[in-house]
Design a protein around this ligand. Structure first.
Ligand SMILES: Nc1nc2c(c(=O)[nH]1)N[C@H]1C(S)=C(S)[C@@H](COP(=O)(O)OP(=O)(O)OC[C@H]3O[C@@H](n4cnc5c(=O)[nH]c(N)nc54)[C@H](O)[C@@H]3O)O[C@H]1N2
Ligand SMILES: Nc1nc2c(c(=O)[nH]1)N[C@H]1C(S)=C(S)[C@@H](COP(=O)(O)OP(=O)(O)OC[C@H]3O[C@@H](n4cnc5c(=O)[nH]c(N)nc54)[C@H](O)[C@@H]3O)O[C@H]1N2
Ligand code: SF4
Ligand SMILES: [Mo]
Length: 707
């Protein structure tokens, strides 16, 4: 049979790069960037292209497996089952849990790849509604719920996140993000570095705020080297200085804002001269950013996980919105704009109540976009009253992706039922009772919903499944519907003529499109209008009075706490080491670990990065074996000298630690260590307002081990 070329798109990160899959029958021969894609234009990174290796990986989970030894045993032993057997057995175990403990005993953990699977979220919603499961956790509380909480409070909806208009801006502030490596988040943009370079050529100044002189800054802009977990004060000082310079647009604030006096009261406390020592940036450097931002004809700002994962991500994201708003850059060309795309998502994220908190054994608690704090997952399994007894992990690997691996291991061992839906028998799956094999991105049809409301150049693309799922792999929406069926609940599998794309068709109808219409277009892709200013305050802002809330009441406690944390930071010993996050281009969180070709020399473990001054001070050298430890845990690794880091900061990549994941043979051969053993978990380890886990700027100590 002749090779066919199928246009599809990558579903690993938000860029959604167009790909061409070359197919012969049911075999994918090659994946390459789609040069004719109208938006992503032939760009793709290694991860997108190596998705083919994952598709073909011999270690993939191909059949439903059920555990045959005790869960406490170190190595899991599993046997193959048919889908009917697995679904029946899971249903029986789940029914027993429901009978004995009620629906509060059922939990779901939603991992990051769910965001890139347009048919899955509604299926999860249905599964939770029908089983009564209300204890939902997700990787969102590891990377972005601070943005949801702040968006909801300031703009009245958690789905409104104005993106920087990179093309037209004159000044771009990027805080806690490394576009060259991550390709950005909450901004769907292919080949971000090319776009940043073009912006710079057009005269835009680009400043990164980061404790590390990141790779992105090798190509564009410059880094303001901040101390970790202090961004809130840096932002407050910038706003303070802009106001002192008369840079607040009082007309805009009057027309569109409320509670501006609350904002002013907050930033009044943090003049650059007070903040400088704590944030580790000189007064002059802070003032320079303030001056350049406010004097720029148009200025834009974007923040990402480096800020989200600090202790005060919600307040920091609030000040980011304020920076844009009070300088008149919100909803202005070259400033920050809402990117509509194919559906008015901003209108569907309004809060349900004014006071979202409810009482719990862990103190007042809330959900954010439906999510409980991931950092309470182990606690909620171990709590005496109403514990979680059954957990479904859907495309996630919480054992490695969150703080507290040991606590989680112990907690998971107490469950009556642990089911994972994954493409691998990953570290979490190793502890499961049932492993359900899932279709990968080449095996399922989809549209690119993940970037909705945040696309640099909006487009919508439909892809067919390039090939049908190998062996017994199934699409996850089908798996959940099959479980509903086995539980005797209503299920879409019993609905005659059920169309999984029905909901998407409804959404697409807002722009006069449908999946059928997309099929008739070249590459099954429709270009949509670029973001433009003009409708933010009238249409997208969702507060009841149509005003931007410049100091939401909900923040009162966090604002009071900010001063306490400031004082604490000011008193920290000079030689305290802080651990920050680090991504590399060959990994995607904990997956891509099993791709042999990506495990070249130098990428076979995850050493701790430290600059040579800090190393020398501690009598350490490149390659030295060290133990890194704190109150939460310890890991043993080696030193990598990294002059990009500022003094007092160490960095380590996450997603490693597969020493107990034997069925991922490559990952197991190059296990690395799980840096998240050093992260806090449990009460107090997440931001109260947003449930976001505290994951960067973590105090650690280091000691040399004998070789
Ligand atoms: N220290 C530290 N920890 C971090 C971070 C950090 O920066 N530092 N980053 C955090 C961030 S941003 C995130 S989002 C979380 C991620 O947290 P998780 O989502 O828990 O972790 P992942 O490693 O992304 O796990 C994804 C799982 O989905 C599987 N998978 C991939 N594709 C598919 C698919 O198509 N179908 C199915 N069923 N499964 C699939 C993979 O095999 C993998 O097991 O980790 C966080 N952890
Ligand atoms: N190659 C690769 N790409 C990815 C992923 C991956 O694992 N690998 N993961 C994807 C996912 S799930 C996400 S959410 C996105 C994340 O995308 P990004 O947010 O861009 O993630 P990082 O590259 O980790 O960049 C975070 C930056 O924050 C800095 N930082 C750490 N602590 C602080 C701090 O306290 N303050 C400030 N100002 N900066 C700090 C770090 O030095 C780092 O450069 O990336 C996505 N893309
Ligand atoms: S940048 Fe993201 S979407 Fe594009 S190929 Fe790489 S992983 Fe895939
Ligand atoms: Mo993430």
């Amino acid at each position: 049979m002749a090779t066919e070329k199928i246009p599809t798109f990558c579903r690993v990160c938000e860029s959604s790069c167009g790909l061409i899959a070359e197919r012969d029958g049911d075999t994918v021969l090659r994946l390459r960037p789609d040069k004719s894609h109208p938006v992503t234009n032939g760009y793709a990174c290694l991860k997108g292209l190596y998705a083919l290796d994952i598709h073909h990986d011999e270690d993939r989970l191909n059949y439903p497996l059920t555990r045959i030894n005790a869960r406490g045993d170190a190595a899991g032993r599993f046997e193959r089952r048919t889908w009917n057997e697995a679904a029946g057995d899971i249903a029986e175990r789940l029914r027993a849990v429901l009978r004995q403990y009620g629906s509060s005993a059922v939990g779901v953990f939603i991992g990051n790849p769910v965001a890139f699977n347009s048919l899955l979220s509604p299926a999860i919603g249905s599964f939770c509604a029908r089983t009564g499961c209300s204890r939902v956790f997700s990787s969102g509380t590891q990377d972005c719920t601070n943005k949801f909480a702040a968006g909801e409070a300031v703009y009245g909806t958690y789905t409104l996140h104005p993106i920087p208009d990179i093309e037209h801006t004159r000044y771009l502030l990027i805080i806690g993000e490394n576009p060259k490596i991550s390709h950005m988040s909450f901004l769907s943009i292919a080949d971000p570095m090319a776009k940043l370079k073009a912006a710079q050529r057009n005269g835009a100044a680009i400043r990164f705020v980061n404790p590390r002189t990141i790779e992105s800054a090798d190509d564009v802009g410059a880094v303001v080297p901040i101390k970790p977990d202090t961004d809130l004060y840096f932002l407050a000082a910038i706003l303070h200085e802009i106001r002192r310079r008369g840079g607040f647009r009082e007309d805009v604030i009057r027309a569109h804002g409320r509670n501006a006096e609350g904002l002013v009261r907050f930033i009044d406390r943090y003049p650059p001269e007070r903040v400088a020592a704590v944030v580790g940036v000189s007064r002059d450097a802070i003032c320079e950013v303030a001056r350049d931002f406010s004097q720029a004809e148009k200025a834009a700002v974007h923040v990402s996980t480096g800020v989200n994962m600090g202790r005060q991500g919600t307040l920091a994201y609030w000040l980011v919105q304020m920076l844009s708003f009070v300088t008149g850059n919100l909803d202005r060309e070259g400033g920050n704009l809402y990117s509509l795309g194919f559906y008015q998502a901003a209108k569907s994220g309004r809060p349900k109540t004014d006071d979202p908190f409810f009482a719990s054994p862990f103190g007042p608690l809330r959900t954010v976009a439906g999510n409980l704090p991931g950092n309470l997952l182990a606690d909620m399994i171990e709590q005496e009253q109403e514990p979680i007894r059954a957990l479904f992990v859907i495309s996630g690997n919480p054992l490695l992706s969150m703080g507290g691996e040991e606590r989680m291991r112990k907690a998971f061992a107490r469950l009556d039922l642990l089911v994972t839906l994954d493409i691998y028998r990953n570290a979490t799956g190793e502890l499961a009772d049932f492993l359900l094999p899932c279709a990968d991105m080449l095996e399922r049809s989809d549209i690119n919903t993940c970037g909705l409301g945040m696309q640099h150049e909006p487009f919508v693309q439909l892809t067919e499944a390039v090939v049908s799922p190998r062996c017994e792999r199934k699409e996850q929406w089908w798996i959940l519907a099959r479980l509903e069926q086995a539980l005797g609940l209503p299920s879409v599998l019993d609905t005659e003529g059920y169309d999984p794309f029905g909901r998407i068709d409804k959404m697409l109808s807002h722009v006069g499109l449908s999946t059928a219409a997309l099929k008739s277009l070249s590459g099954h892709t429709a270009l949509l209008p670029k973001p433009t200013p003009g409708r933010f305050y009238s249409d997208w802002l969702q507060t009841p009075d149509k005003k931007v809330d410049c100091c939401p009441l909900l923040f009162a406690e966090a604002i009071a706490d900010a001063e306490r944390i400031f004082q604490e930071l000011a008193q920290e010993p000079e030689d305290l080491l802080k651990l920050i996050t680090l991504r590399d281009g060959f990994m995607h969180n904990s997956w891509y670990q099993n791709v042999e070709t990506l495990k070249k020399e130098g990428r076979r473990d995850n050493p701790v990065h430290m600059n040579s001054r800090d190393a020398r001070r501690r009598n350490l050298e490149a390659g030295a074996r060290v133990r890194l430890f704190n109150a939460w845990g310890a890991v043993e690794t080696t030193i990598a000298i990294d002059e990009r880091l500022r003094d007092g900061v160490v960095a380590m990549a996450h997603g490693w630690g597969n020493g107990q994941t034997p069925s991922m043979t490559v990952a197991h051969r190059y296990p690395g260590v799980n840096v998240n053993r050093l992260l806090p978990s449990g009460p107090g380890s997440y931001e109260r307002m947003s449930n976001q886990a505290h994951m960067t700027g973590i105090p650690v100590a280091i000691e040399k081990l004998s070789p």
